[in-house]
Ligand binder design. Sequence first.
Ligand SMILES: O=c1[nH]c(=O)c2nc[nH]c2[nH]1
Length: 453
Amino acid sequence: MAQRLEKTLYIGPFVHCESLAELDVCPNGMIGVDEDGKIAFILRSIKGRRFPNGEDWEEAKIGVILIDSDTHIHAPQYPNAGVFGKSTLLDWLNTYTYPMESSLSNLEQAARVYNRVVARTLSHGTTTACYYATVHVPATNLLADICQSRGQRAFVGRVCMNRMSPDYYRDESVESAVRDTKACIEHVKQIDPLYDLVTPIITPRFAPSCTPEALSAMGRLHHEEQIPAQTHISENKAECELVAKCFPSHKSYAHVYDSAGLLTPRMILAHAIHLSPEERTLIKNRNAKISHCPASNTALTSGTAPVRDMLNEGLTIGLGTDVSGGYTSSILSETREALFVSRHVAYNTGNDEAKLSVEEALYLATRGGAKVVGLENRIGGFNVGMDWDAQMVGLAGVGDTIGIDQTAGPVEIFGQESWEEKMAKWVYTGDDRNTTAVWVKGRLVHSRESFKP
Ligand SMILES: O=c1[nH]c(=O)c2nc[nH]c2[nH]1
């Protein structure tokens, strides 16, 4: 049963992405959110206007607001964030990742990790997260329960991996993988029948860890259940060579997923660094989506994704923290990493056009992410009829301890600049201390004052 909320007026400046290159800034506006958590109206200027005659509206002051989606994050890997040494993908999986994931067969451990990662990502302003869980049914179901009770919009996937995985951590067979995946789908149907907040997502780990039969079975479930899917593609050169060896009759890595019925408009492909132009054309033609994970791509020395080229080709791209290949669970940090990686691409290719602007990176983190998860009509910006998924960002000093916000004298650094400059300062120097409140579907799901990680 959907929770009824107080009708609330949010008053103050708000900012969202109008298009890839443009921020829409409304310095003195008002947004009315109804009992269902939807935006009922937007007034762009409240100067000289009276509040609507709706009477019993609660009033709340807001700061600057944006909406963030993390389109790729491994919840069970959260305790390993920052721990990767000098490893690269394939040895990192064996050394750090599989042992950590397998430890979540213990439900107490799973409860600790999943409560922490959901609370932490909410504190960073992640209103929507696409989670990979583990192979374990009870722990995956627990992650769905925790997202539901903490109020985070989430896609929760039980990982399918039936080969090239350790004996202690794998699916026994295609049949057991299908049975267990269905059990997790059924669980979400029980707790959220309309997939209003939590949605199950088909999650074959990546081509090397799935037999062709397992990939095809996941493709069938993706179609039968009409739910989204997620996997990894072309992250690391050794991985690409392995895929060519495992699937010798396929033209390319992208073709492996295509022939399993997995390259669809509801597929989220993480990384997409080393794709050939033909593969990118195939992905574009299938309207599959891309999750760009720059922090992880740098940490595991995987490479630099050609984001500008992919945008120019019309691919749909969002950002993913990819914890714990990525060291940070903050989508704001990821936005910064996307900006820096695009500068490395510009330097290495001699093409200055490759550089992303702050506005473009914010678009990828907000509207781009919403498109990647197929919710662009509900989240990602402020439009009448959309859900109130938002974060309040305090741009003024949030405490004497935060050096970035204040000069030594009485003049605040924030306050003198244009709105574009304010947003750039937030992106490059801000952190979760600036995220003072977060709402999903109109419900307050994080407030900095009461946050206990
Ligand atoms: O960044 C990554 N994280 C993972 O857990 C994974 N599994 C396969 N490929 C992967 N890449």
